[in-house]
Ligand binder design. Sequence first.
Ligand SMILES: NC(=O)C1=CN([C@@H]2O[C@H](COP(=O)(O)OP(=O)(O)OC[C@H]3O[C@@H](n4cnc5c(N)ncnc54)[C@H](OP(=O)(O)O)[C@@H]3O)[C@@H](O)[C@H]2O)C=CC1
Ligand SMILES: O=C(O)CCC(=O)C(=O)O
Ligand SMILES: [Mg+2]
Length: 740
Amino acid sequence: MMSKSKIIYTLTDEAPMLATYSFLPIVKAFTAPAGIEMETRDISLAGRILSNFPEFLKEDQKIGDALAELGELAKTPEANIIKLPNISASIPQLAAAISELQAHGYAVPNYPADPTNEEEKAIKASYAKVLGSAVNPVLREGNSDRRAPKAVKNYAKANPHSMGAWSADSKTKVAHMESCDFYGTEKSVTVENASQFKIEFVGTNGSVKELKGLAPLKAGEVIDSSVLSITALKGFVADVIAEAKAAGVLLSAHLKATMMKVSDPIIFGAIVEVYFKDVFAQFADLFKELNINPNNGLGELYSKIAGNAQEADVKAAIDAAIANGPALAMVNSDKGITNLHVPSDVIVDASMPAMIRTSGQMWNKEGKQQDTFALIPDRSYAGIYTAVIDDCKANGALDPKTMGSVPNVGLMAQKAEEYGSHDKTFQSDAEGTIRIIDAEGNVFMEQQVAVGDIFRMCQTKDAPIQDWVKLAVNRARLSATPAVFWLDKNRAHDREIIKKVNKYLPDFDTTGLDIRILAPVDACKFSLDRIRKGEDTISVSGNVLRDYLTDLFPILEVGTSAKMLSIVPLMNGGGLFETGAGGSAPKHIEQFIEEGYLRWDSLGEFLALGASLEHLSQTQNNPKALVLADALDVATEKFLATDKSPGRKLGTIDNRGSHFYLAMYWAEALAAQTKDADLAALFAPIAQEMTANEAKINEELIASQGKAQEIKGYYHPDFDLTSKAMRPSATLNAIVSKLG
Ligand SMILES: NC(=O)C1=CN([C@@H]2O[C@H](COP(=O)(O)OP(=O)(O)OC[C@H]3O[C@@H](n4cnc5c(N)ncnc54)[C@H](OP(=O)(O)O)[C@@H]3O)[C@@H](O)[C@H]2O)C=CC1
Ligand SMILES: O=C(O)CCC(=O)C(=O)O
Ligand SMILES: [Mg+2]
């Protein structure tokens, strides 16, 4: 009897959500004959909101907490989850999703930014579970292995993407603080025995306030604390503003307000306040009355002053500040959206490589490219971008035709490092000390804080570190490639990690392998030198660099991180297969709604599906799944060779057309293989019909382009309308439905 195998396919947001409407019916039809149940779970922003507020909903509107369920599943050996990118919501995005759901008849509560009673406090606490990077850290019960498969790399070498030229006198640079940042203040200790910790604020008068109640610590865990001084930050921002103005360059801020949902919106807000200091001074009373929070950006400010008697005055003052300041980098120059409008519009992992690919320039308000000062205030990782920029100034743009590759093995499991720190991050409202103590009151660490300073504590558990070292050695062995641990001995946290790396490396057979530990800037230079010689170098990094490097190098090497294979071998034996290493490409859904064209590239989904099927064949003893996986591999190679990724322009095949070709090639490969006669017989007529109808299907797909789409929603579109929009070829649908 055929074993019953289950794969969970996640429903998410924006472009990947749209793509799923087209791709998933194909996947379900193709995998069913192998006894595979393809189940879906809704972890979209809208779905997360609905599942958190059942008491506000009608009976038939309630949905289960799919995220919590998958979080538990990820800890079991049975887990086989395909995870598409999802929105990590900023407050403006959360507010927009809430309004849309309310307009759709879901009585979810408004977001209470400043709760005034217990009920509002509870609502805010529930929304805190939805905000920011609420999904990935829950599912990532394993470390990360991200790389460009050989076929993808070869495709990029043969079909190089555009790469803006660099000039040696480019004025572009990264601006960072020199002191009083997280890097400079970091303290770190390794906790030898299992214990507990809590976080307290102690005022200058000795009064004590608990910031976080007792929580467990495992033996061998590394804990850190650090502080970023808000006064130092503001002084630094003011200096860079003056310098950028004098240099005649654009100013832009590159943060991670999504994953770092507590600290980075505050840093973003400080930049907004300093840049618009005259506006904030002139309208202090009005802004207080309207509850304007600079952390939510200029966009929210504009919407809150709309209709106010002083609206025109405020707008004039903002315009004057921009005219008088260094010009701001634009997110959308046609619509006048600056880099300081929404904290989640410019996200450092994707935004810095996009700038480096574009000659180190961003867009000004005329829609023209211009050199830019990129504000990345904290020094922990800013230096790697300086290393790449300096390299491009000295040697010109990198060349996708010849450049080597930098795959990554990232420490990520169990909310490692900064990306798990939001429940231990606080903005101090008074001067004093914040300390981390154990249940008996013994002090692990303490930090001085002033009003407004950001205190942060991070945790990194020992088992994930051991697993990460093992993964790094395995990857170095499997790819016969040097591996570099990007760790800085001048940083307190990294010093603790270096000790552990040195302790655990001897547990594995490293004979003949080239494994080194280098500080991030040196590791970056070392990797760049090799890249220019066409050589590959594995980066073995902590969680933040995992995120940064898996956009940086892929975007330079293969044009987009959507083409990455992103596997998370879960520590308890399951598999989490992320689709690509990038995000949900918000501008793609806008293009789809405006003109019926979706240029989302689903290659990441194809790669993840292949890896998921392969994992399933091994863990569920399902040989047919392996036949499907092998055939999908053949199909993906042909897909790349025949260049069937979506074009950028109307009238060429888009995401839907690319799914048709993948399906056709997959059916062909299944028909042609000889390992499973039943599958070959089943798919032969499907392949034949698809091939015979290729022109007709393309015609039907392309005919649906060029008009606005009405899917009744951005965060929570109508299922039937979206399904119709994403499956416009009756001929293709009829062939797929023959599979049952
Ligand atoms: N794993 C996850 O869940 C992740 C989620 N996110 C979330 O995604 C959202 C957007 O983040 P952002 O920083 O803008 O990064 P994105 O990666 O979504 O977008 C940057 C740009 O990359 C290109 N791109 C990305 N993926 C594809 C694809 N599959 N096909 C074609 N082009 C692609 C597009 O531009 P162009 O082609 O013009 O270069 C896109 O506009 C945020 O809400 C963020 O929280 C972000 C990262 C990971
Ligand atoms: O969870 C998020 O917000 C983004 C994740 C991300 O950028 C990544 O893992 O590469
Ligand atoms: Mg990322």
